[in-house]
Ligand binder design. Structure first.
Ligand code: BTN
Length: 246
């Protein structure tokens, strides 16, 4: 991962760029990374925009071709990538780094970054996986919309080399991707769970119109979040539950 790197000055979204190469049947090899200094239409989860100060942060997409993975197991790919990015950030920032379900990277109660993984299927298998990652590295100020954002620089009070971080992230992702390929799913699932933000803690959530206090007690095989409330566990998808951070 990352041996083949293309850096663009400006693009709408590195995910869109990589997807259009694939749509035009361009020969893109697995592990290719497309990085942008500036995205003018960066996309996040939930149809959100992804805003990032030009030149300051990491915004890139990488191509994986996990044809060994059945679509029903796509969350294991999310887990492997999340743990990979986690490991790279852990080396820089230590154990305040957490994975917020499903695939955000947090430092304490603040968001360092996230990912947008877009898979295309061929039959039951994953054909292409476009893994878009956005991480706040050297940005110092955030807009009012990004109330709970933080960056590596806000934490360490110094600039961090983007290339160095990118190459560490790529090598960690590669390591966990190869574990996945080798069938070490249990290792990946347990690493993911161990790093999970709010695991086994009584916390406030919102599901539909209901605000309640519950405990995250696991993540189902298919990626649904399991939250226990009054002795019963319930599974939620991304649209069904919200973490009520202060
Ligand atoms: C999120 O936290 O909502 C996911 C953010 C993902 C942002 C990255 S930046 C590189 C890639 N290109 C995009 O348009 N989005 C992802």
């Amino acid at each position: 991962v990352g041996q083949n790197l293309l850096t663009l000055k400006e693009v709408d979204s590195t995910n869109n760029f990589l997807k259009s190469l694939l749509a035009n049947s361009e020969p893109v090899i697995e592990g290719t990374v497309i990085m942008a200094e500036r995205q003018f239409a960066g996309r996040g989860q939930h149809q959100n925009k992804w805003l990032s100060e030009p030149g300051k942060n990491l915004t890139f997409s990488l191509l994986l071709k996990p044809s060994f993975l059945n679509a029903v197991h796509q969350f294991d790919l999310t887990r492997a990538i999340s743990v990979g990015v986690y490991e790279a950030l852990y080396k820089v920032l230590g154990n305040e780094v957490k994975i917020k379900w499903p695939n955000d990277l947090y430092y304490g109660d603040r968001k360092l970054g996230g990912m947008l993984i877009e898979n295309t299927l061929q039959g039951e298998r994953i054909n292409n996986s476009v893994v878009g990652i956005g991480l706040n590295v050297n940005q110092e100020e955030f807009s009012a919309e990004a109330v709970n954002a933080t960056s590596v620089k806000q934490i360490l009070h110094k600039d961090y080399d983007l290339r160095v971080l990118l190459s560490e992230i790529c090598s960690q992702i590669q390591q966990y991707y190869l574990h996945l390929k080798a069938g070490k799913v249990e290792l990946i699932r347990s690493e993911y769970l161990k790093r999970l933000y709010w695991l086994n803690q009584q916390k406030p959530f919102k599901a539909g119109d209901e605000v309640f206090s519950g405990v995250i007690n696991g993540v189902a095989e298919n990626g649904l979040l399991s939250v226990q409330k009054d002795g019963n566990s319930k599974l939620y998808n991304l649209k069904e539950i919200e973490f009520l951070n202060k």
